[in-house]
Design a protein around this ligand. Structure first.
Ligand SMILES: [Fe+2]
Ligand SMILES: [Fe+2]
Length: 531
């Protein structure tokens, strides 16, 4: 006799992993993943195994959190060593790829402006046929990858992918970019080794809202008999609270935290840069997975940074997303992996790209791509885009981490976009240094001075005010600040009252007040209507 159908509990965390490391964009592309495995993960694990006490001591200092220190106790050194050894064995191709990239870089550095034809046979064997060699107009040689071919090569390792499932009862989660997820099965953690693109993930996550038999999803995911009891703790007969679609007039705008905003009309639902809290009793009110509509027509991604393109919520929402809209980018430059390819290979069926000033019609309006300046350490990254969302005669600009380095851009943009009802802008005026995100891709380390000068900075008050003066939005919302506690695993912010990001934000809000613009910096949860 089959048992009654059950729901997936709203407080089950699902972390996509790559070799047990939290999966983010650079681990999703086979062009960049081997470099992060070889130049970051292996190095951190080797360092920890050699001297775990240094890591433990470093992490006692708040200033060093977010650095390359593995966050676990000395007693787990054996487990880290085992993971290191397995990584060295299973990822031997990644290590060879990283070595070949160093060779390729030396070869390119030897080019002096003469034909690159003779270099092709000297490209490291592993990379031959995957790159085109080109000069820029100043005769500096570089390699462009045929990234779609890499996804069809042994460099794309779906067997490295897994998802860690466990129950949480609060926001606190350890920082994930310098520490692998070890086996915590004693604490109720289950790592399921199944590629992200597998349909069984959709079966599982659909059960947040639609009940189904436990046995069916257990078998689809291939849960081992000894894990059956742990797996069963993730389910409940209790249905979630209802989350009806918005069916009123105009546009309802709900802030889910960070850069995640749900924009709904009677005809369409749009979710930006999904980062969503799990649902558990808490004193900090927020919208959670349980508040998202059954169908999300469009998900808009602004750029690949880990707090904007986050596989963790995306994978859980995949079955209910109509279309994912991503910046075009993806020209095969190492620093600019294609967001479209990484999502397609993670099982998203309908991914469309948008370029600057390109429009995509949607029911009752359109989505328009707008330039996104800066915030990438002056690297030539095309995979970034601000989105103009036009619905029911209203216009919202989702500018993410745009840094108005050149205010005249917005003068040129203004006649094209017209009046803006609500502008959302990040004010992370002091971001991390370039190497913090891009270090493993660099052929040689940057000098400290260069690294510090090329920080991943969003707009400061002066630049944000420049945008406001030129685009004249009726309402301004500061977002994408990493303030919500459910961002703690991907961002180390530790704001205090005098943090430059908050000081700059307050200056922008003061400017808005003085000029009759409705300004706000929502925290946790907010809702407004444009009618
Ligand atoms: Fe960013
Ligand atoms: Fe950001």
């Amino acid at each position: 006799m089959s048992r009654p159908p059950v729901y997936l509990k709203q407080n089950v965390v699902a972390e996509p992993l790559h070799n047990q490391w939290y999966a983010w964009w650079f681990l999703a592309s086979p062009m960049t993943a081997p470099l992060f495995v070889a130049n970051l993960h292996v190095k951190i694990m080797e360092s920890f195994v050699a001297n775990p006490a240094i890591h433990v001591a470093a992490l006692k200092s708040p200033a060093l959190r977010g650095g390359p220190y593995l966050n676990c106790g000395v007693e787990r050194v054996g487990e880290v060593k085992a993971l290191l050894e397995r990584t060295l064995q299973e990822e031997s191709l990644a290590l060879r790829y990283a070595a070949a990239m160093r060779e390729l870089d030396a070869l390119l550095a030897s080019a002096e402006g003469y034909s690159l034809e003779e270099l092709y046979p000297r490209v490291p064997d592993l990379l031959r046929g995957y790159v085109e060699l080109t000069y820029d107009l100043r005769n500096r040689a570089s390699a462009r990858f045929f990234e779609p071919l890499l996804y069809r090569s042994p460099f794309h390792r779906e067997s490295s992918q897994s998802v860690s499932l466990r129950l949480v009862h609060g926001d606190a989660r350890p920082y994930v970019f310098s520490t692998p997820r070890l086996d915590d099965s004693r604490d109720g953690d289950l790592q399921v080794r199944l590629p992200f693109k597998h349909e069984a993930w959709d079966t599982l996550f659909a059960m947040r809202r639609t009940p189904a038999p436990l046995e069916a999803v257990r078998d689809a995911l291939g849960i081992a008999p000894q894990d059956g009891d742990t797996f069963a703790t993730f389910f409940t007969p209790e249905p979630p609270r209802p989350a009806p679609r918005y069916d009123g007039d105009g546009v309802r705008v709900r802030y889910f935290g960070h850069a995640c905003v749900l924009i709904e009309s009677r005809h369409v639902s749009v979710l930006t840069d999904p980062v969503v809290s799990y649902d558990f009793p808490t004193d900090l009110p927020r919208f959670t997975f349980a508040d998202l509509p059954e169908r999300i027509d469009y998900v808009l991604l602004t750029h690949g940074h880990a707090d904007h393109l986050m596989f963790e919520p995306l994978l859980q929402l995949r079955h209910r997303i109509g279309t994912v809209v991503v910046p075009a980018g993806g020209g095969g430059a190492l620093v600019d992996p294609s967001l479209k390819l990484m999502l397609q290979h993670a099982g998203f069926r309908n991914v469309v790209t948008l370029s600057e000033l390109e429009s995509l019609p949607v029911p009752g309006g359109e989505l328009v791509g707008l330039p996104f300046l800066g915030e990438h350490g002056d690297l030539d990254v095309r995979g970034k885009l601000a989105h103009l969302v036009r619905l029911e005669g209203k216009a919202l600009l989702m500018a993410a981490d745009s840094n108005a380095l050149e205010p005249r851009l917005y003068e040129h943009v203004q006649p094209h976009v017209g009046p803006i009802d609500m502008m959302w802008l990040g004010m992370e005026s002091e971001g991390g240094p370039l190497s913090w995100m891009y270090g493993p891709l660099l052929p040689a380390p940057l000098s400290r001075k260069m690294d510090q000068s090329r920080r991943l900075n969003g707009s400061n008050a002066a630049r944000a005010i420049d945008i406001v003066q030129r685009l004249k939005p009726r309402q301004v919302r500061i977002y994408a600040m990493g303030r919500e506690p459910w961002l703690g695993h991907v961002m180390v912010m530790g704001y205090h009252e005098q943090s430059p990001q908050l000081v700059e934000s307050r200056k922008l809000l003061a400017h808005c007040r003085e000029h009759g613009v409705d300004g706000d910096m929502p925290y946790g949860q907010a809702e407004s209507f444009l009618r």
